[in-house]
Design a protein around this ligand. Sequence first.
Ligand code: NOJ
Length: 529
Amino acid sequence: MSGASGIGTVGTEWWRHAVVYQVYVRSFADGDGDGVGDLPGITSRLPYLRDLGVDAVWLTPFYRSPQHDHGYDVADYTDVDPLFGSLSDADDLIATAHDLGLRVIVDLVPNHTSGDHVWFQAALAAEPGSPERARYLFRTGRGTDASEPPNNWRSVFGGPAWTRVGHTDQWYLHLFDTSQPDLDWRNPEVAQMFLDVLRFWLDRSVDGFRVDVAHGLLKEASLRDQRLVGEASDIFEVGGHEDDEPMWDQPEVHDVYRQWHAVLADYDGDRMAVAEAWTTTVEANARYVRSDELHQAFNFDWVMASWSAAAFAAVVTTTLPAMTAVGGAPTWVLSNHDVHRHATRYGGGETGRARARAATLVSLGLPGSAYLYQGEELGLEEVDVAPDDRQDPSWFRTGQPGRDGCRVPMPWSGDHPPYGFGPGTGQPWLPQPDAWASLTVAAQQGVEGSTLEFYRGALAARRSLTDAPSEVSVEVSGDVLTVVRGDLTIVLNCGASPAPLPAGTLVAASGPVGEDLPADTAVWLTPTG
Ligand code: NOJ
């Protein structure tokens, strides 16, 4: 038995124990029938999320953007892209969500702008060394004719992280696509612009921000070469995997978040921010949620854990003390728009789906906050998107399949595409598979044993845990993980055969349970009597 003690779930702020549902804006609901999701579509489906039982919605970027990285390339941070609607549609969405008791978290993309942003266009038109260029990271190339990049950094999407400006000596840094130039956060103008952006959306009543690439804003000032061990990776990993990372997780980035904390604290209602920070250690991750910085950070170790009791136990027992040390609340994340869906990661098919439900039940029982990704409540799996249909910029840069497979639009009803995604006919922006007819919301609603009804039941059961203690003890016995949290016992069987079911009253189960705990199944138990 190993103890893993308490975390900062003590405290009344809503986000410490919230279940947040991630809406990938292009793919949730299409209001106007153009095959791409939009804000009015999302607003029309908010009652579904209220009925599902989540507390908050995180919307991926819907700002003006040429959409080279589907909105993570922002051309105007204070306007809505016409593809998704208008500012008044955003206001309607926020107001409707609040009326339904749902909080709204919007995405903030501070590491880079779009190449179409007025600042970058001005920078390209200006001279080297000008104030316009000083908002970004322009540097002189190496080699006698400056034809080599200024350093050896690689883009997360593959290939060099630098693009040359025409035939000049100058190159600009982009840790992602060439259309996403990195800002220079040592320039006070940049910091000021984002303080204004925060206030713009806070004034429009958003409850929080998801901070894109939160660990990337500051680079080591010299922009020196990275010491690489082994082959550079072309797989989507936003840092946190090399020993030497002069582009990620620099100490000065925390000054930015101290400033942001003060801005958020100026507003009522416990406004918050959650960091997308890929770090090498859990302690480094926890630094983003110190009491005067951001409020949460995604727990990517939980995403990365393999299907094994020992792997899950290791993440729980490292996450909780690290968060306790800084008074932060942990998060539990299994899927998002950048990774393969967890049903597929755990093996796919019926087995993968059963395991995914089981892992979800464990997540929902742990102290802290949980993040769900749209469609996981339907048991959706990664789609094998045909090469001609792929749209992820990393596919164009690396030839690797990329992230389109988890971004295929939601199936709501009907027996053929677009499955009620919108009023249009035919396939939406990424084609939906035929096999989804049996996985639509309509097909699962009210059906006992469906994944959707499992999520509803588990989220309802979770509501009784609000006062549960934040201390847990964790035990691994063979393939079985047991987590005890006050009166709640969570048991997960990662093995291939049934395991003994401990005594107690069954509060929730991820699948059918008899006298034993079947393989690939999790339960919540409370003491009987
Ligand atoms: C992380 C986002 O989640 C991902 O979708 C995006 O491509 C990169 N940041 C760049 O903004």
